[in-house]
Design a protein around this ligand. Sequence first.
Ligand SMILES: [Zn+2]
Length: 252
Amino acid sequence: MATKNTKEDNYSTSAISKKLEGLFELQLVDSQIDKLQVLRGELPIEVSDLEKEIEKLNERLEDQMGVEEKSNNSILEQKQKIEDANILIEKYNKQQMKVRNNREFNAINKELEFQSLEIELSNKKIRSFESELEENSDKVKLIKAKVRARKKHLKTKKSELDVIIKSTEKEESKLVSKKKKVQKSIEERLVTAYSDLRLVSKNGLAVVKVDRGACGGCFSSITAQHHLNIKMRKDILFCENCGRILVPDDIG
Ligand SMILES: [Zn+2]
């Protein structure tokens, strides 16, 4: 008799109602925890994306610095060539004054012409390296400005994240202990069914209210009889389409 009574009690309207209320409360707590995690879940990604971007920009900056050094070295090289050519020109000019015949004069003249051409070529190269340097310095300025902007953005995001972590830590631990308490008041098999449903549910909803004759989770309509059974708290009932636990809209 005692067993029968317990069984009857377990399936009485008030017992079912209590179970549904427990499940619904569990869902509310879990949804709140989900919200906190979503808030936190986006900022760390934003922060790490920004950090990666800054790292890449710094690498580009280093590359541009390398270009600058190379161009500067090339300019020095060309200047040295000009200096060498000028020394030769001076030497040839002196030699030309001491020539004994036309053949020697012409030979030196050719050398002088050649060195002048070398100087001209070096000057041309220097101008081209200088314009490269100018272009490069514009690029460097642009990258540096980008790095500054990203760093500023990163600082903001990091402090936002810190604030959220600090503020949600307390709230989350409160919610987690509340969840444990609620869970204890519900039969284990129901908690398991609930957890399994939550795992496969995209939005983390395992328990939903009936909303204007439709499932509040997948929005498919519920038969009048099913709706009535839910309203009368006849049993733990599920949406025939998505499998979520349905609770009457007047719950809680
Ligand atoms: Zn549904």
